[in-house]
Design a protein around this ligand. Structure first.
Ligand code: FES
Length: 106
């Protein structure tokens, strides 16, 4: 099971094993990680699962598609490494992924 590291805005780290096929958002919600709300349940329409992919992982995770890009425009403080965590599917290739959480989802 891949290990995902979530880093809250205040620096608090959570190392969580997330099953292949789950989203990075689901891994956070299931383990009560503060900083991801996921209000739409993963349907790419709320932007409350906004996260920043650590720079070391941007190339491997890849960028958003056109629909996700549009939703990200509604996120607070979007950056070049922004993604919606519900749109990142966990695979063995993402073992060790570092996800940085924004200060707020609103
Ligand atoms: S959970 Fe709503 S856009 Fe990701």
């Amino acid at each position: 099971m891949p290990l995902i590291k979530y880093v809250e805005h205040n620096g608090t780290e959570h190392q969580i094993q997330v099953s292949n096929g789950q989203s990075v958002m689901e891994g956070a919600i299931d383990n009560m990680v503060d900083g991801i709300a996921g209000e739409c349940g993963g349907s790419c329409s709320c932007a409350t699962c906004h996260c920043y992919v650590h720079e070391d992982w941007v190339a491997k995770v890849g960028g958003p598609n056109e629909i996700e890009e549009g939703v990200l425009e509604c996120a607070a403080d979007p950056r070049a490494n922004s993604r919606l965590s519900c749109q990142i599917t966990v695979t063995d290739e993402l073992d060790g992924l570092v996800i940085l959480l924004p200060e707020s989802q609103y």
